[in-house]
Design a protein. Sequence first.
Length: 389
Amino acid sequence: MRICMVSPHLPPERGPSASLPAMLGSELRGSDVESDYVAYLPDTPFGPAPVPGTWRVPHQGRSSFARSRAGAWVAALRVARMARVPIARADLVHLHSSGLVIEVAAALAKRYGKPWIVTLYDTDLRHFEPRRGRRYTRLVRGAACRAFYSAALRDRAEALGLAEPPLVVTRAPAPRAFQRPQAAERSHLRRALGVEGPLLLTIKRMRPVAGHEVLLTAMPQVVARHPDVCLVLAGDGEMRPSLEGLAAKLRIADRVRFIGALDEGHAARWSAAADLCVLPSHVESWPTQAIEALTLGTPVVTTDTAGGTEVHDCFPGDVGLVARGDANALATAILRWLGEPRRTSEATRQRLEQEFTPHALARAYLDVYRQALGDSSSPVSHASHRRRG
């Protein structure tokens, strides 16, 4: 079986729509599945993408001509010229996310008579406008299967009319780089990173929906009880200057470290070293950072977004839940966890190993692929109409 994965992003860029297709291709190699990739040229400080078998297509561009209708046609033709070979030789096309490269790939799949499936991500649904998204609606409804990496995303898609069966929920796991360290290994890691007191960690692009300002507002209460605490904010974005200013205004700048964007390996190191992962998001459909932290043995405090609530329901003993935008509640939750520091439970570890691994994800998608190619024995053919929590 040959699959053509099409996504706007691939590693070393971070995010589910980048990591999930790369993870799938890697895991499926042992199942007689070969994968090609079509993605944009990387826009990242971490160098060229390490994913083999990638056909890189040019970005549409940001000039006035590139954003015009004529410019879009030119960009579509350039994408089609690069993408037609891997799509023509594929048995099935797996579309990840949305955008020009996805729409062109779907058109090529239809031209060459290839079935396609589509995985819908948070940004695809959060910014979806039915009247302006008619082409994408047709693309999604024409797919052999619709996949979602959380139940919250499926529910949102249902409300938008983008979740007709067959569909499947395949919750996103942590990549294999996230391996729980032994106690001695973690102690060595903390020393190497210069960690001495309690370490709080947030890995998130710095934009309004991430809620960093709520966490910073909560920090004076935390610092008052734990003067040696350190909050590490990993990620970049348009809000970084204002957040640095807020930390200074709150007189906690010496307790907050802004370390910029992290690649996968460094994200795993910091997540393992942390005492608590804090996710103050205002919007979250599936907090991948929470799963990564839990996989490494680090407890999580998150907000009552749809995704945060879903992760809490999966791992109630190791995920604290607070109201969005409530700095006092967030400070109270952080202080509660720091007052009784511990690693995650054995029950959490076992469930992660059973259900939230790259292998489990690949197995679920292999069933989807077989069903899309006409294998009626696939479990998806029997389970796709059932709601999954």
